[in-house]
Write a protein that binds this ligand. Structure first.
Ligand code: NAP
Length: 287
């Protein structure tokens, strides 16, 4: 069993990005500029935005966080998004989700210009991704592809099972694995006899948000196992009172796998790098 070390690989990619940005600045060019909109004071959202801001600083990007009160109206937010769409200094824009209940998330994310949509959620970018055209890829699947490539994992002709069909992970992941010449099956909550698929898979990507769901008897010997899940589970021994648990039962699956991601330290840091790569790309893509 080999660990797919997202911490290590993301660090290496960040250093590569940093040197590209230094070269841009040295040549008198503008560095990539990411703007993030944060509405309200949800603890997890504030942590995610702070992490994205820290990542930007680490690689030398410019970063702006626009914080709005939880009572901000949908129209006010739309006006802010349009302002950023029209601001030539800002290359990428993300709106941290979830938004307060009175705001229509779909309307906000679809107001972001697809040219600045570094989360890759805009229908235009989703369509281009499915067609295999160059565009912004959703950060988590993008990061997973980078991890697979880094370790030289063979995908061509392999059977890949993705568990989960969300718009941000499962669906785009299946499209990207198809582009990497895998034969892909997407399983979900209505799938009958899910183990009959995972037991045949060369690559299993678990993205369902059910801690410890994938057990050793559900994977074949030598499988590559990617664990996307991050769920907070109570842990009285942890200082915070909780710990993060993946969708894979690491103890029973790791001994059977050829490669496996740990949680934490696997997909999480690669997701953060996916956003940075998109922001770097934003400086030229669509311009
Ligand atoms: P989501 O929107 O809740 O989607 C979950 C998917 O899993 C759905 O398609 C659902 O099927 C399927 N599912 C649920 N229970 C199932 C079961 N018992 N058997 C088979 N399929 C089942 O979740 P998400 O946003 O994709 O996120 C999934 C997990 O990844 C979460 O733990 C999330 O926190 C984590 N995540 C991690 C990162 C990272 O950077 N590490 C990034 C994004 C998400 P239906 O469609 O039939 O309901």
């Amino acid at each position: 069993m080999n660990l797919l070390n997202g911490n290590e690989v993301s660090q290496k990619i960040k250093l590569e990005i940093k040197s590209k940005v230094e070269a841009m600045r040295a040549a008198g060019k503008k560095a990539p500029h990411l703007a993030a909109i944060l509405v309200g004071s949800d603890g997890a959202s504030m942590t995610y935005v702070a992490a994205k801001e820290k990542d930007c600083h680490e690689v030398g990007f410019d970063s702006t966080v626009l914080r709005f009160d939880a009572n901000t109206t949908e129209e006010e937010l739309i006006a802010e998004v349009i302002k950023i769409n029209n601001n030539p200094n800002i290359d990428g824009l993300i709106v941290q989700l979830p938004l307060p209940k009175h705001i229509n998330e779909k309307r906000i994310t679809e107001t972001i210009s697809y040219k600045k949509d570094v989360d890759g959620f805009h229908p235009m970018n989703v369509g281009m991704m499915f067609k295999g055209l160059k565009t912004f890829l959703p950060a988590t699947p993008f990061g997973i592809i980078k991890l697979i490539e880094h370790y030289g994992i063979e995908t061509s002709g392999k059977y890949c099972v993705v568990i989960g069909r969300s718009d941000i992970v499962g669906k785009p992941m299946s499209a990207l694995m198809l582009q990497k010449n895998c034969t892909v099956t997407v399983c979900h909550s209505k799938t009958v006899d899910l183990p009959s698929y995972t037991q045949k898979a060369d690559i299993v990507i678990a993205a369902l948000g059910r801690p410890g769901f994938l057990k050793g008897d559900m994977v074949k010997e030598g499988a590559v196992v990617i664990d996307v899940g991050i769920t907070r589970v109570e842990d009285a021994t942890a200082k915070s009172g909780f710990r993060l648990k993946g969708d894979v039962d690491f103890e029973s699956v790791a001994p059977k796998s050829s490669f496996i991601t740990p949680v934490p330290g696997g997909v999480g840091p690669m997701t953060r790098v996916g956003l940075l790569l998109n922001t770097l790309e934003a400086i030229e893509l669509f311009k």
